[in-house]
Design a protein around this ligand. Sequence first.
Ligand code: UDP
Ligand code: MG
Length: 152
Amino acid sequence: MVQEEEAHAAENERTFIAIKPDRIAEIISRFERKGFKLVAIKIMVPSKEFAQKHYHDLKDRPFFNGLCGFLSSGPVIAMGFIKYGRKLIGATDPQRSEPGTIRGDLAVVVGRNIIHGSDGPETAKDEINLWFKPQELVNYRSNAEKWIYGVN
Ligand code: UDP
Ligand code: MG
């Protein structure tokens, strides 16, 4: 792929991120510093049914009920970013997350690992569709893109 095509493909990759309050600025700032573009954001309290939809792929796991209970226990800040940001988040178990990652630096317990991020670009699409209406996604060109991705 030529450089511009690569930049374009990278531009279209998305991540859905969900966090609990208290570390909002710290976490958003890590994505912002890396040059990820925020395209949707809102605060909401998801219902248990909504949490079950969000984590549907984990419905047979023993921690499913507790996990959905936790997600729906209070406000969640939901965000859509371009581009895909799994590396910044770190491994599922914060004890195994590298220092420098969000979970490695800010979390301790697997069931309270501070942040949800989509498993891949495909699940990101589904999750963004679940959490946001199409009109809640904003399309714009940030000034930093030219310097970070090399697109004009
Ligand atoms: N989880 C847990 N116990 C486990 C594995 C996962 O409580 O043994 C929780 C954890 O909060 C994790 C979430 O379930 O973030 C979703 O699990 P997944 O395997 O999708 O991990 P992630 O993609 O969040 O790293
Ligand atoms: Mg996952």
